[in-house]
Design a protein around this ligand. Structure first.
Ligand SMILES: CC(=O)N[C@H]1[C@@H](OP(=O)(O)OP(=O)(O)OC[C@H]2O[C@@H](n3ccc(=O)[nH]c3=O)[C@H](O)[C@@H]2O)O[C@H](CO)[C@@H](O)[C@@H]1O
Ligand SMILES: C=C(OP(=O)(O)O)C(=O)O
Length: 421
């Protein structure tokens, strides 16, 4: 199993190219299922999750062509089997995003329930509730959601849907399903994460009629048919945020090319308060930091609040910052698994339910640590960059799910980091 070996203590200088967003690319690959015409996605990141999604759609009979420059061409005219089996869904929860498009276009879909995962139980009841409101009959049996239209129906029917909580993939599934439904759908309490307007723009370029994306109320007029398109995946704000924290923690001066500062307001505000200089510049984000920063308290919330997907990485910064900080995780019930690993590096952290109290220490000492989920892995890499001596991060298959060549990018800006077996 691959591991990352890091020798800490090097500042970071230079330029990093931010890849396309995992959390935009995955729903957008599923959006290609909505049409029989070819869809071309550009700026698709090289990630294990993308590979899994391509395997999933290939298994359904979709034609997939991928080049080495981030372009993926999908042809779902040949789709024969609208199914997402457990073996693939269990490794990637985003497979549930196939449900809405399949049901909307074919009137049937069988998708494995994703089940719990390391960061929380993550049910999909709101996806089911929304599609049911659009007329779908969904049976949950033997671990599968078996969805179909009522007898005699040709399409889903538009509905007004208010989800019980803000859900990102729930909004995306319902948005995609609504594009081909009969009549109008209104999604209330919709998620506003930048990946949603990016998906909506793609759907609009396929002929969908959508308004209000990027706000909490999305209005969709269903159309009979969608056509092919070419769409560029938006830059990954979480990858950019991770590099911002890495530079803030290790010190240095780095340009994040293609990074979108306007998608990272909550994180950038905290970094500035901590003492880092962060500027939106032409073509990206520039971050500069020197010396020990000041710890910052924050709580995770839905966009535009502080993202849960940045909680662990910012905590790595707080661990070696000056002062005591409080981090409150409000989205997922089990997203502090990096804490025990950070303790092995010398951090001082106490957790009580959804709150972690971090007393900044002036140094960390390298150790072997184990990655437990995607962003926990990234936080351990950041901690390793500042720890004295060697840190070995085990189980980095989690990292490979969602970061495009992280170690090569870090090496490019001066980190001593290598992948070992
Ligand atoms: C592929 C993708 O885009 N993943 C992101 C997406 O995950 P994902 O879309 O799975 O996360 P949600 O926004 O749906 O989850 C928010 C909260 O709602 C709960 N919930 C959600 C749906 C549902 O039917 N029932 C329910 O109870 C979840 O358990 C969680 O507590 O948004 C999360 C929150 O920003 C991010 O951490 C993930 O990186
Ligand atoms: C939790 C995450 O992803 P996923 O929803 O794909 O598990 C993440 O990107 O941090």
């Amino acid at each position: 199993m691959d591991k990352l070996l890091i020798r800490g203590g090097r500042q970071l200088h230079g330029e990093v190219r931010i890849s396309g967003a995992k959390n935009a690319a995955l729903p957008e690959l599923c959006a290609a299922l909505l049409t029989a015409e070819a869809v071309t996605l550009q700026n698709v990141p090289r990630l294990q999750d993308v590979a899994t999604m391509l395997t999933l759609v290939r298994n359904m009979g979709v034609g997939v062509e991928r080049d080495d420059h981030g372009t993926v061409r999908l042809d779902a005219s040949t789709l024969t089997s609208p199914e997402a089996p457990y073996e693939l869904v269990k490794t990637m929860r985003a497979s549930v995003l196939a449900l809405g498009p399949l049901l909307a276009r074919f009137g049937e879909a069988t998708v494995s329930l994703p089940g719990g995962c390391a960061i929380g139980s993550r049910p999909v009841d709101q996806h089911i509730k929304g599609l049911t409101a659009m007329g779908a009959e969904i049976l949950v049996e033997h671990g599968y959601m078996i969805a179909r239209l009522p007898k005699g129906w040709k399409r889903l029917r538009g509905a007004r849907i208010a989800t019980d909580m803000v859900t990102v993939t729930g909004t995306e599934n319902l948005l995609m399903a609504a594009t081909l439904a009969e009549g109008e759908t209104i999604l209330e309490n919709a998620a506003q994460e930048p990946e949603i307007p990016d998906l909506a723009e793609m759907l609009i370029s396929m002929g969908a009629q959508i308004e209000g994306h990027g706000s909490s109320r999305i209005r969709i007029q269903g159309v009979d048919k969608l056509h092919g398109c070419t769409h560029q995946v938006v830059a990954d704000r979480i990858e950019a945020g991770t590099f911002l924290c890495a530079v803030a923690a290790a010190g240095g001066d780095v340009l994040l090319r293609h990074g979108r500062a306007d998608h990272l307001d909550a994180v950038i505000d905290k970094l500035r308060e901590a003492g880092a200089q962060v500027q939106a510049v032409d073509g990206g984000i520039r971050v500069q930091a020197q010396g020990r920063l000041k710890a910052q308290s924050f709580r995770t919330t839905e966009y535009p609040g502080f993202p849960t997907d940045m909680q662990a990485q910012f905590m790595a910064l707080n661990v070696i910052a000056e002062g005591t900080s409080t981090v409150t995780e409000t989205i997922f019930e089990n997203r502090f698994m990096h804490v025990n690993e950070m303790l092995r590096l010398g951090a001082k952290i106490q957790t009580d339910g959804k709150v972690a109290v971090i007393e900044g220490v002036d140094k960390l000492s390298g150790a072997t640590v184990m990655a437990t989920d995607l962003r926990a892995s990234a936080s351990l890499v950041i901690a390793g960059l500042v720890a004295e001596g060697e840190t070995l991060v085990d189980r980095i298959y989690h990292l490979d799910r969602g970061y495009d060549q992280m170690e090569a990018k870090l090496r490019g800006i001066g980190a001593e980091i290598e992948r070992v077996k």
